[in-house]
Design a protein. Structure first.
Length: 202
């Protein structure tokens, strides 16, 4: 098993990278399982050609797509699927919306799925610039982590900070991006009026 994680701030192209990876399997005519949180009700929020291509791939004969509410459903679903289809990779988009626990990875590694790689995509750091609680159990089990940056919406420099501009609880970041801006470190500090203070404790 070789697990990957695509992460970065809002608008950095995490799902786009996941779609590119998915497309490789479809081109090779290999069956995969795609999972996305049931609580993600944004629909085609990834926008434009990415959303269109994602839906095209998910509707192909080689992509078996599911919405899930807890990680155990991933194991149970793929075990059932493997009775008639050889699954060669599992894709999990916006993983941070569902509370993964270390027990999931233990159960996975001790199941018949242990040799199937998983590819995760999603935020690992919240709008407060601190590591998200839902990311902590996932990161140690990744063999490869690719972090992407965006472009600062204020100055145009490379950006790594998701800045929340809405009026609701930023701990529940399910929206289509209208309540967020991506900022560089300098612009983030100016916007928040506070120095960067990371609390990245595992």
């Amino acid at each position: 098993m070789y697990n990957k994680l695509f992460t970065g701030p809002m608008f950095s192209g995490k799902t786009r990278r996941l779609v590119v990876e998915l497309e490789k399997y479809v081109i090779a005519k290999r069956h995969v399982a795609w999972f996305e949180p049931k609580r993600d009700t944004r629909g085609g929020s990834h926008g434009g050609f990415i959303a269109q291509r994602m839906e095209e791939l998910k509707n192909s004969d080689y992509v078996h797509s599911y919405a899930f509410t807890n990680p155990q459903e991933i194991i149970d679903t793929v075990i059932k699927l493997r009775k008639h289809t050889k699954i060669q990779c599992i894709f999990i988009d916006e993983f941070f919306m569902v509370p993964f626990e270390r027990q999931f990875f233990y159960d996975y590694q001790n199941s018949e799925l242990k040799d199937i790689p998983m590819v995760f995509a999603g935020l690992t750091v919240g709008a407060d610039s601190n590591l998200m609680k839902t990311a902590i159990p996932v990161i140690p089990y990744m063999d490869e982590i690719k972090k992407f940056s965006a472009i600062c919406m204020n100055c145009g420099e490379s950006a790594n900070y998701s800045y929340f501009v809405g009026d609701w609880d930023s701990s529940d970041p399910i929206d289509n991006g209208k309540n967020y801006k991506c900022l560089c470190a300098s612009c983030y500090v100016k916007a928040t009026g506070k120095p960067l203070q990371h609390n990245w404790k595992f």
